[in-house]
Design a protein around this ligand. Structure first.
Ligand SMILES: [Zn+2]
Length: 91
């Protein structure tokens, strides 16, 4: 298994809510299944989502998978302007 095929250990986005304490996994009862909720501006998911996917083989709805794939493709095909970075880091 390499880094691209390993099960995710976390799935992050913009934090929308932080709960006091950890939530428990609804399948196995893992008591430290994190306590944040994230968003990408379209969907909202719990911090423990990776646990459900990697440990319990939970599959996400097709529209969410399609959305994630489209966003990944947009990000990977974006043209990166490194001129600011080069100018800011040149001495
Ligand atoms: Zn679990």
């Amino acid at each position: 298994m390499n880094a691209r095929t390993s099960p995710p250990t976390s799935v992050t986005g913009t934090v929308t809510r932080a709960c006091m304490g950890f939530s428990a996994c609804r399948i196995c009862g893992l008591s430290r299944n994190e306590g944040l909720e994230f968003t990408d501006g379209v969907f909202l998911w719990p911090q423990g989502l990776a646990h459900y996917v990697s440990e319990h083989s939970v599959r996400l709805p097709p529209d969410i998978v399609a959305h994630a794939r489209q966003r990944l493709q947009e990000i990977e095909s974006a043209i990166v302007d490194e001129s600011w970075w080069c100018e800011a880091t040149s001495m």
